[in-house]
Design a protein around this ligand. Structure first.
Ligand SMILES: [Zn+2]
Length: 380
């Protein structure tokens, strides 16, 4: 059944002379998202199938597909085998090989990771660069800009846009409000990169980007927390299927929550005993390199993680915690200890799971792809 036509209150004069000549923008955007989302999830299909899948009329579908072909987002793929009498139908699909996305992950302990990906999140080209010393804000920005330039040159297809996941607090408009590790403060990174590249750019907190990837591609449920343990410790929380943002864009950020009443080590934020001083990869590697037994370091990291997040899991009634980061540190004693500690500490949650992300080390790059798919194509 055709979808109800949206009414519009725009005063563009489009209706002068009787009939409305152009579809209202809002409705066209909505219908465009329906078509692109159907193609993304279900694959190539005929215009008739698209009409059935989206509930839009054949006439609307023909016009939309025509626009999408002209815009270079959709391609005709020739005729499909006829299943009945009559002419075989031409199938259309997203231009899966011609469209690419640039993703950058600033969360790594040793490297800034960049890649050119296709729309499905497959890495087509990869380029990793060493990160500069802590707090070298301008050098980090210069390296990031060069990396994006290099990736753009390596992209064989049209670049749909750039997605960046960075540690720190990031506003809805891609301003890095504070990233103590990198040394960025009130940096309008998204706007700067948009101006520099002329491309659509999306900048978001690395853990939020990873959480988005886990939600859309990693099979996580409707109520979970993702902890990104790498250079620092970040987090994202999904409640009823929605990513929580919080009052300061910092929902899920438990890295600088003090854990315990013992003093602990000095943190990059200037205080002592933050979760990052117990459980970041940098802390784990430093303590082990200083001669502490790895078992003790990993067990303590797992304990402190769960001491920090138990109130969150309890208060929001979450069903699972997903860990993302280097498996050699996280998957084993740290994860086991975190799960046991969490189950001991939260009433009614003695079956709560702490599991590794199935998306591996590319989780932020995959999340960057998801941001572009959502932001530019309206794919949900
Ligand atoms: Zn701190």
């Amino acid at each position: 059944m055709p979808k109800t036509v949206l009414t519009t209150h725009t005063a563009t004069g489009a209706g002068r002379g009787g009939r409305v000549k152009a579809l209202p923008d809002q409705m066209r955007q909505h219908n465009r998202s329906l078509v692109l989302t159907a193609l993304f999830h279900d694959g190539a299909m005929s215009r008739a199938d698209l009409a059935r899948t989206t509930g839009l009329t054949r006439v609307t579908i023909s016009a939309l597909v025509g626009d999408l072909v002209t815009a270079g987002l959709v391609r005709e793929q020739g005729a499909r085998e006829a299943s009945g009498p009559g002419k075989p139908a031409v199938v259309v699909d997203l231009d899966r090989t011609g469209l690419t996305i640039i993703g950058v992950d600033l969360s790594g302990s040793h490297e800034i990771r960049g890649a050119v990906l296709d729309l499905s999140g497959t890495v087509l080209h990869r380029s990793n660069v060493r990160r500069p010393a802590d707090g070298d804000a301008s050098e980090t920005l210069a390296i990031l800009e060069r990396l994006i330039d290099d990736l753009r040159e390596s992209a064989t297809g049209r670049v749909l846009g750039v997605g960046v996941g960075t540690p720190g607090i990031v506003s809805d408009t891609g301003v890095v409000v504070a990233s103590p590790d990198i040394g960025w403060h009130d940096l309008p990174l998204q706007e700067n990169l948009r101006e520099r590249t002329g491309l659509p750019v999306y900048v978001a907190n690395d853990a939020d980007v990873a959480t988005l990837a886990e939600r859309t591609l990693g099979g996580a449920g409707e109520n979970f927390m993702l902890l990104k343990i790498d250079r620092g410790v970040g987090g994202g929380v999904v409640v009823r299927g929605e990513l929580a943002r919080g009052s300061r864009y910092a929902a899920g950020e438990v890295g600088h929550v003090t854990v315990g009443t013992d003093a602990g080590r000095l943190c990059a934020c200037g205080r002592r005993g933050c979760l990052e001083t117990w459980a970041s990869v940098r802390t784990i590697e430093t303590r082990i390199s200083e001669g502490e037994p790895a078992e003790r370091v990993l067990r303590e990291a797992g304990e402190r993680v769960s001491i920090a997040i138990a109130p969150v899991v309890g208060a929001l009634d979450l069903s699972e915690v997903v860990l993302s980061g280097p498996v050699q540190h996280l998957d084993g004693l740290l994860r086991d200890t975190a799960e046991r500690t969490l189950r001991e500490r939260v009433f009614l949650h003695d079956d709560v799971q702490v599991r590794m992300s199935a998306l591996g080390e590319d989780v932020v790059l995959l999340g960057a792809t998801a941001m572009l798919l959502h932001g530019e194509l309206g794919i949900t």
